[in-house]
Design a protein around this ligand. Structure first.
Ligand code: SF4
Ligand code: SF4
Length: 297
């Protein structure tokens, strides 16, 4: 039996937006991209980390003495955390009666995660749903998944992977026999833009997408529309042309959501407010752009 543990920062039940039917979405910690607009900035670091919601603080001061690093201060009627001094030890979590502190990232054994996922098996069966692996980037925890996914599949659960695709293919290939469908993101075709906005080249993503297409693996390409960053026709023509050359005839255009901006003051993150508009006027033009390449968007 594998002794590898997974680090998971959230398990969302009764999800209806992460694949067919009613699903349990498991969010794995750690990512190999650093997208400036990441919806889950708490997913990027592979280790567990403190989340502090100052709005919940009622100024009882119980937390002050709990921190061995002196990272918690109190003033102006609220406690505050200096994330530069915090080492994510989690000792403050139990101190607050108002649950202002949370340690994001919990270790799971294969069997613990299996038990958690199978709690909702009757809903998967009645709705045609299953389990969605998300993150962060679940594939970075490939060693754990190589032990876990055979057990989940053996239990008859439909498994879907949401991935950014940025890793060596050898991490993904041992997982493929257990996965029924992959959602893969295509944020840019231009390597320079990908590097600028995500901190990484997109060469591995393009290679991995090509390999999955060659294998005829069931997949859905998703293009997250980040208004003013990747919503111009020129960039989408390049994406559409590439997908067309691979024989892909459908993409999902994802709408931008700025809710992540409320999280960045609550965690230790380098992600900065972007103030991107939620305006979706570009969607109509993008649909026309993809249809020119025989791709339904
Ligand atoms: S324990 Fe919670 S409510 Fe009390 S001061 Fe600390 S953060 Fe505020
Ligand atoms: S998690 Fe951070 S703030 Fe909380 S007790 Fe540990 S060092 Fe202090």
């Amino acid at each position: 039996m594998s002794r590898t543990l997974a680090n998971i920062f959230d398990i969302q039940r009764f999800s209806i937006h992460d694949g067919q039917g009613i699903r349990t979405t498991v969010f794995f910690k750690g990512c190999s991209l650093n997208c400036q607009w990441c919806q889950n900035p708490e997913s990027k670091a592979p280790k567990s980390q403190l989340y502090f919601d100052q709005a919940k603080c009622q100024d009882c001061k119980s937390c002050i003495g709990s921190c061995p690093s002196g990272a918690i201060s109190n003033g102006a009627g609220k406690s505050d955390v200096d994330f530069n001094m915090c080492n994510d030890c989690g000792q403050c979590v139990e101190s607050c009666p108002n649950l202002a502190f949370e340690l994001l990232g919990k270790s799971y054994t294969e069997d613990e995660l299996l038990d958690s996922c199978l709690k909702d098996q009757s809903f998967y069966e009645s709705s045609g749903g299953g389990v969605t692996l998300s993150g962060g980037e679940a594939v970075l925890q490939s060693e754990f998944l190589q032990g876990f996914l055979p057990k989940l599949k053996e239990a008859g659960v439909h498994i879907l992977l949401e991935t950014a695709g940025n890793y060596p293919f050898r991490l993904l290939s041992p997982l493929l026999p257990y996965i029924s469908h992959i959602y893969i993101d295509m944020k840019f075709y231009s390597e320079d833009k990908h590097l600028k906005y995500t901190g990484s080249s997109n060469q591995l993503i393009l290679e991995n997408l090509g390999k999955l297409v060659e294998m005829d693996f069931p997949l859905t390409v998703r293009v997250p529309g980040i208004n003013g960053i990747n919503t111009d026709i020129d960039e989408n023509e390049k994406i559409a042309s590439h997908l067309n050359s691979l024989g892909i005839s459908e993409v999902e255009l994802l709408k931008y959501n700025s809710l992540w901006e409320s999280k960045i003051s609550r965690i230790d993150t380098a992600q900065k407010q972007l103030n991107i508009s939620n305006n979706e006027d570009y969607l109509h033009e993008l649909k026309k752009c993809y249809s020119k390449y025989d791709i339904r968007a």
